[in-house]
Design a protein around this ligand. Sequence first.
Ligand SMILES: O=C(O)C(=O)C[C@@H](O)[C@H](O)[C@H](O)COP(=O)(O)O
Length: 362
Amino acid sequence: MAELPIHTKDTSYKVFIGEGLCSKVGSLLPKQYNQVFIITDSHVANLYLNEVVASFSSNVTVSTYTVPAGENSKQMDWFHECHTFAIESGLERSDLIVALGGGVVGDLAGFVAATYMRGIDYIQVPTTILAHDSSVGGKVAINHPQGKNMIGSFHQPKAVIYDTETLATLSHTEWRSGMAEVIKHALIADHEMLEQCLELPSFDSISNATLADLLKKGIQVKAAIVREDEKEKGVRRYLNLGHTLGHAIEAESGYSSITHGEAVAIGIDFALFLSNKQFPEATLPIDAYRKWLEKHHYPMSSKLKEYSIEALMEKIKNDKKNDRQQIRMVLLSSVGEPTLASYTEKALMDELIEFRSEVRDT
Ligand SMILES: O=C(O)C(=O)C[C@@H](O)[C@H](O)[C@H](O)COP(=O)(O)O
């Protein structure tokens, strides 16, 4: 088991990463709790809930709440249901919420923890590759029909307990979703990690050791940024590479027909297209990135033809990074050198139209 430290101005916690950690959750907590409330989803509950419940000693009261698997649980109704169940279970301010699952459960349960009785402790027990990103750094939120993560908070977990054995059961779609955030971390910070990503064989044949190595590297990229800028006033915006368009696609698809990471992968392609125009001298790995998407069977950017540009722009106008009607895009002046560029709505729309007309069908 490895331990990666996460520091912010006000707090520190550990990411424990290794095999078999679901059965050790109860013993890896930073302090004793009388009652824990585990929030999970219907898919993960069948696989790991019993093991996590059994990891707590008999003097801890454990209650569990299961939401349907999928992005549509990250919304107000389920948020409210979790609160109702917490109240009915007698959860107190000194108790603990456990987020057992992928990014959806982590964001939902984290936001319940941030708001229940004005904030109680929680830990993240991620079970997807995607959640190597979402479980670290304290961004917690639910979606609004008009925008992804529009209702949320910054609330750091007390620990992240990442059992890499849970990744063995992920679907191909989940692999694609998670690996998009892995390559994002490489693009914004680490040339060698990018080479490692681009050379990966099919996701099916990646060894556990290689995957664990990439996840640790991704977490370390994120940890360094969060340490410098927890509340996203500056450099943390770089972690949003690909997310401006990605979130718009997700919202437009009703948070159902495309996963977060697959949408972000298209968003990264668009960011590379814009970066190439802004920094013509830079040698950005656009072709290599597109080959990588193709090799791993991502929905390619030609999928944009299914959406109305006007509708996507409406969502993009609500992006949280925007400032005074300027749309802020994260671009790369080279690999490992992220930067922000501002566009008017009209200018970005023209770019999106051009991008969509250039991407080839697959
Ligand atoms: O941690 C961050 O900061 C990120 O932007 C990481 C993103 O990969 C992640 O999807 C995040 O939840 C997006 O947040 P949002 O603020 O753009 O909604």
